[in-house]
Design a protein around this ligand. Structure first.
Ligand SMILES: [Zn+2]
Length: 81
């Protein structure tokens, strides 16, 4: 088993026999969820940042779609008229 340091509490975290980039592990000491961001040497980072980014992007996309649908409807209506 290989180990890496938890960026939060500094204790050793078990990353398994064959750690892979992007794999999620949990620190047994502070129970933080960590993503393997580098393999040589093994580095761990919190995956929370990227999750937050995704959420924001998704919200943005949703808004755009709604706006587009509305405009489309409006356009059809005018054409009919
Ligand atoms: Zn920890």
């Amino acid at each position: 088993m290989k180990k890496a340091k938890c960026p939060f509490c500094g204790s050793d975290v078990n990353v398994g026999v064959q750690p892979r980039m992007g794999e999620l592990v949990r620190c047994s000491e502070c129970e933080a969820e960590l993503e393997i961001v580098w393999l040589n040497p093994i580095e761990l980072d919190s995956p929370l940042d990227s999750v937050e980014d995704d959420g924001y992007e998704y919200e943005d996309e949703d808004e755009d779609e709604d706006e587009y649908d509305y405009e489309d409807e409006d356009y059809d209506y005018e054409e009919d008229y």
